[in-house]
Design a protein around this ligand. Structure first.
Ligand SMILES: [Zn+2]
Length: 251
C-alpha cells in the first residue's frame, strides 16, 4: 500500500460500476489500478478518477491489478475536459505517455513536465504546449534530439538546416543521405534548442511564431511516428477537429 500524487491519463470502464484508471504518479511512474464503484454517481472516487485530474491517491498493490482505494483532488483541470481543442491535446499527450512508458519507471522530471504542460494547455497555449512537451519528453525518455550539430557528419549546419526523424538536425551536404527530412528555419532551430535547454519559467514566457510551431510540429510528428509501432488514436481526433473548425474571421 502506498500514497502518491498522480495525474489520470486515461480510464476504461470495467463491469457495471468500476473503472480501470491509468495514472502517471510522482513516486511510482505509470500505474494501472482498478477503482471500484468509481462510476456510481455518489461514489467518492468519481471525481478523483476523472481523466486529466491531478490528485493524491492511496493505492493497494495486487498480484495482477492494483486497487485505487482513496483519492483526493489537487487540481481537477475541468476545463481540459470541457474545451474540445484542449481535450484533444490532452488526450494526445496522455496517449504518448501511456504508449511510451512502461509501468514502474518513475521519473519526477516526466511528472513535472506533464503537470506543467497541463497548466499551459489550460491557458490555451495549445500548440506551443504540445511542442514543448514533445521535445522535453523525448529528452527525459533518453532520446533527446541532437540539435547543435548534424547527426550524420557532426558539422555545424552553416547554410540550410533540416531535421531528420532519426533524431536531430542535418546539414545541407548530408541531406540527401537521410531523406525524408523537414526543412526548418533558423528561428525554429533556435526555438527548439531553447525549449530543450531552458528552465520552465523561461520557456513558458516565450511567444513563438505560428511558422516555427508548425515546422516543429511536423518535425516532432515524424520523430515520434518513427518510434511508435502504430499511429496514435488521438491524432485522428485532432485532425477531425481541424477539419471542422470554422474559418478565421478576417477584418
Ligand atoms: Zn552533415
Amino acid at each position: 500500500m502506498y500514497r502518491t500524487e498522480g495525474i489520470v491519463l486515461r480510464t476504461r470502464n470495467l463491469g457495471e460500476a468500476d473503472k480501470i484508471v491509468t495514472l502517471y504518479t510522482k513516486t511510482n511512474g505509470k500505474v494501472v489500478a482498478v477503482a471500484r464503484g468509481a462510476r456510481r454517481i455518489r461514489n467518492r472516487l468519481l471525481g478523483p478518477t476523472q481523466v486529466f485530474t491531478q490528485g493524491r491517491y492511496l493505492i493497494f498493490t495486487g498480484k495482477t491489478l492494483d486497487t485505487l482505494s482513496q483519492g483526493e483532488i489537487v487540481n481537477s483541470f475541468q476545463d481540459l475536459r470541457e474545451d474540445l481543442d484542449k481535450m484533444a491535446a490532452t488526450m494526445y499527450l496522455s496517449e504518448l505517455v501511456d504508449v511510451l512508458i512502461e509501468p514502474g519507471e518513475a521519473s519526477l522530471e516526466i511528472y513535472s513536465l506533464l503537470l506543467n504542460t497541463l497548466k499551459m494547455l489550460s491557458q490555451k497555449q495549445i500548440n506551443y504546449a504540445l511542442r514543448v512537451f514533445e521535445l522535453r519528453f523525448a529528452k527525459h525518455l533518453g532520446y533527446e534530439p541532437q540539435l547543435n550539430n548534424c547527426i550524420n557528419c557532426n558539422n555545424f549546419p552553416e547554410k540550410a538546416i533540416y531535421f531528420s526523424r532519426q533524431g536531430g538536425v542535418v546539414c545541407d551536404q548530408c541531406r540527401s543521405q537521410l531523406l525524408p527530412v523537414q526543412t526548418i528555419s533558423r528561428g525554429t532551430w533556435e526555438l527548439a534548442k531553447r525549449i530543450l535547454a531552458w528552465d520552465w519559467s523561461r520557456i513558458s514566457i516565450l511567444h513563438p511564431s505560428e511558422q516555427s510551431l508548425s515546422e516543429l510540429e511536423a518535425c516532432m510528428r515524424a520523430f515520434y511516428d518513427y518510434r511508435l509501432d502504430k499511429p496514435l488514436q488521438s491524432l485522428d481526433f485532432i485532425h477531425t477537429l481541424k477539419e471542422f473548425s470554422p474559418p478565421e474571421v478576417k477584418n
